[in-house]
Design a protein around this ligand. Structure first.
Ligand SMILES: Nc1nc2c(c(=O)[nH]1)N[C@@H](CN(C=O)c1ccc(C(=O)N[C@@H](CCC(=O)O)C(=O)O)cc1)CN2
Length: 315
């Protein structure tokens, strides 16, 4: 019997991010004509290497798009009260449209209190309860960057959302919950699964659209996926064991070379063997993660416009 081969579509997050950044750069130029320069302040506490990379990348992207940026780097020992004072200063500044507190914060700092201290109008992460409420009630506002990136990938790839059975695995405030809300707002039928879900595969196998945001390398396997489904992988997991890397990517010379160079390889929450049975998927790296910073830039410009009563609709 003839073997049918499946060629899934790879959803290129880097290309879509470039498209969004080009649009944002255009909006920044239009604002410049009115004498407006959007401004973003990023607070990076301590010296977490991954956070340092992400924050540098945010500042660099601001520069490329014409957005003013400022990086505040208090030491690991900063207290919640001192952080609150920093945020209050930034809230009061006219030249700052967006405030981002890079997560995770040290354990002794009260993250919830700080996120609630950021003015909702400058909350470019979309984490403030006011913006969470706006998202839930479908009002315009600032929405979390990574889930917003998921929606952009789907829309710009002309993949349907309305009427699809969407399953989100993971219920974090940053990704799982807002992603579920955005999919619901776009008229998908949404199920949210998590660590306490019984017989997870029963749900994931029904998904036309599966979003994995659990933080466990290769957790979603091929047998958990409906053939032809769209797979959105939000996981960024660093695998440091050579045998494990080979298990994920058997005979993959490029991955082996990356591992030889960096002693680690980044893998998502979805096993590569599951991608093979999908209709379309976001790779890791180069999928959803690539959108996070592009969406932050978009939110910064949106905040700049909203604060000045300007329309955020493109003409
Ligand atoms: N205040 C916030 N903190 C954090 C957020 C956030 O949105 N707001 N998200 C993450 C980190 N993050 C941005 O801050 C981020 C994560 C991943 C990427 C990205 O480009 N990923 C690449 C792979 C990168 C790698 O190889 O390590 C990809 O998936 O292609 C950008 C930004 C937690 N903190």
């Amino acid at each position: 019997m003839k073997q049918m081969t499946n060629t899934p579509r790879i959803l290129d997050g880097v290309a879509i991010a470039a498209e969004i950044k080009a649009e944002v750069a255009g909006e920044v130029k239009e604002l410049a004509v009115r004498g407006i320069t959007p401004g973003l302040a990023v607070i990076l506490v301590g010296e977490v290497p991954a956070s340092q990379i992400y924050v540098r990348s945010k500042v660099k992207t601001c520069g490329e798009l014409g957005i003013y940026s400022e990086m505040l780097t208090p030491p690991e020992s900063i207290t919640t009260e001192e952080m609150l004072a920093l945020v209050a200063d930034l809230n009061a500044r006219e030249d700052i449209d967006g405030i981002l507190i890079q997560l995770p914060l040290p354990r002794h700092v009260d993250t919830k209190r700080l996120l609630e201290a950021v003015s909702p109008d400058k909350d470019v992460d979309g984490f403030h309860p006011v913006n969470v409420g706006r998202l839930q009630s479908g009002q315009p506002g600032l929405a979390p960057c990574t889930p917003a990136g998921i929606i952009e990938i789907l829309k710009r790839s002309n993949l349907p959302i309305a009427g699809q059975n969407a399953v989100v695995v993971g219920r974090s405030d940053i990704v799982g919950k807002p992603a579920a809300m955005m999919l619901l707002n776009a008229s998908a039928t949404v199920t949210v699964c998590h660590s306490k879900t019984k017989d997870l595969a029963r749900f994931t196998r029904e998904a036309d659209l599966l979003v994995a945001a659990i933080g466990r390398p290769g957790f979603v396997t091929a047998d958990m996926v409906k053939p032809g489904a769209t797979l959105i992988d939000v996981g960024i997991n660093r695998v440091t064991d050579a045998a494990e890397v080979e298990g994920f990517f058997p005979g993959d010379a490029a991955r082996a070379a990356t591992f030889a160079k960096r002693s680690s390889v980044v893998v998502g929450d979805i096993h590569p063997a599951a991608f093979a049975v999908s209709g379309a998927y976001t790779p890791v790296p180069g999928g959803v993660g690539a959108l996070t910073i592009a969406m932050l830039m978009k939110n910064t410009v949106t905040a700049a416009k909203l604060r000045r009563g300007l329309s955020t609709e493109k003409d």
